[in-house]
Design a binder for this molecule. Structure first.
Ligand code: 5GP
Length: 201
């Protein structure tokens, strides 16, 4: 037995728009704690979002080609656009023992929890991030100036529905101060690695 030999961990990180989950995942990736799985999406890039880093931005036809070619582990329609997790962003990294953080909506997380794939089932840890009230959520969404009023309203409605599903997750992080949130997030990521059950015989 080699105590250093283990598969990677796949952190499914969900939460309403404006919960801060993307920032947490990015910060962990920047700190070298885990890799960020870049999803594909058909939504338009926001200002400052770089193709291949924020997302793989695809046309609807390109997205459908990848669906047909079975390149996704899962995909879903979220707030009117398609988003999907590419196998290439996940599988080989887990096999090589690299931990991955994934920003994913509640539908995608629910699908991955049930997918018939032994590797994924061994590697999943799920975590939900949300603010402590709907008012706080709305103010965060409104402060994100890049979205139109229509988009904000749709996201707010969906987010309130999404927030009701926090109890499907193993970990719950109520977000407040950014640094405290990151500290809590980091502690979860690092503790999960220490589980004896992760060591490969
Ligand atoms: P945004 O447009 O704000 O970047 O993301 C909108 C929603 O899509 C968020 O809830 C985010 O977690 C979700 N999302 C991002 N990537 C994926 C993915 O690969 N699959 C699924 N199912 N949802 C995703």
């Amino acid at each position: 037995m080699n105590p250093n030999s283990r598969l990677g961990i796949l952190y499914l990180v969900s939460g309403p728009s404006g919960s801060g989950k993307t920032t947490l995942c990015r910060r962990a990736a920047d700190a070298g704690i885990a890799q960020y799985a870049v999803s594909a999406t058909t939504r338009e890039p926001r200002e400052g979002e770089v193709n291949g880093i924020a997302y793989h931005f695809l046309s609807i036809d390109e997205f459908k080609e990848k669906v047909d070619a079975k390149e996704f582990i899962e995909y879903a329609n979220v707030h009117g656009n398609y988003y999907g997790t590419l196998k290439s962003e996940v599988i080989t990294h887990l096999e090589a023992g690299r931990d991955i953080v994934m920003d994913i909506d509640v539908q995608g997380a629910s699908y991955i929890r049930k997918v018939e794939n032994d590797l994924l089932q061994t590697c999943i840890v799920d975590l939900f991030v949300m603010p402590d009230s709907e008012d706080e959520l709305e103010s965060r969404l409104r402060n994100r100036m890049s979205d139109s009023e229509e988009v904000i309203k749709l996201r707010l409605e969906n987010s309130i529905e999404e927030m009701a599903r926090w109890n499907e997750y193993t970990y719950l992080l109520i977000s407040g101060n950014k640094d405290d949130d990151y500290e809590a997030f980091r502690n979860i990521l690092l503790s999960e690695r220490k589980k004896v059950s992760r060591i490969q015989a």
